[in-house]
Design a protein around this ligand. Sequence first.
Ligand code: MG
Length: 343
Amino acid sequence: MKKLFFLLLTLLVTSVMFSQSGKELLTLDNYLIPKNKKGAVIGKVIVPKGEKVSLVKDNSKLFTIDKQGNISLKKDAAINDSSPYRYEITLKTKDGEKSFELVKDDFIRNKVIAHRGAWKNHSASQNSLKALKKAIETGCEGSEFDVWLSSDNKVVLSHDPTIGGKTVEETTAAELFTIELKDGDHLPSLEEYIKCIKEQNKTRLVLEVKTSRMGKARSEAVADSCVQIVHRMKAQAWTDYITFSFDAAKRIRELDPTAKVLYLEADKSIEEVKEAKMSGIDYHYSNFLKDTELVNKAKAAGLLTNAWTVNKEEDMKTMLRQGLDYITTDEPELLMKIIANLK
Ligand code: MG
């Protein structure tokens, strides 16, 4: 009876959350500023045709917007190695004002995605702040992590549905945050992870929205909350999304038409993934071993490719030979060594 009450309460809260959101958010098609390029075009604001958008705040005075919604550096303005890396701008549309951060492009592009952070060789817990910091220190292109909604709708990190003897979706965030991880770490919130990643501009986040055990609406609600937090914290430049839930993937795409969203479950054709406007496929590496043309098929469809979880040297080399865009591994140090030796 108690469980039924809890489930009904969750469904009610979820439906209230839904009615409050679900609207496509204002986005740019790029948030990265190229270095040493005077007057470079950075990104276009995605707004319905005919709607006006203006730049109402830019403390740096470096940026300008044209009638088509293209944001550029001013004609004689450029940023270089000694420039700061974060620039906040505020845009105004008929729906109101929204702020964004444009980020100097020093991001690493070495294909290496640390799976749940770099934990294995560092006595860190998976999905901990230490594991994220180690992934950054190691020089990974991205650091992957997993999130759920707590019973009180906070986005929290855990790979498994249960952690420290508690079921994540049935426990409040306050209770979950008391769970101790290795080396004095605690179970982190999405906000803590974003705050940490924004302290630098070399490594990105790969945010996995977990499939809720409470059904489709709850999986979509996790997606909703993640996208809202990323936008509120102006972290679009640092964040890509992955998920096994096709519902959650479609939901992220609905809310954010320009976010990078890769689908994890190899149960759809390339055409179906493309049709759903996903950015790419992120499959178990055995799928790429079985179908050696998969990378080429995805590329021909304009889709990005990522393989998980590639931990053996031989498989890493095969994935590199096949030309995948990213390789997710528990051994980022090993993959980096292999890549360095290939050069
Ligand atoms: Mg994951």
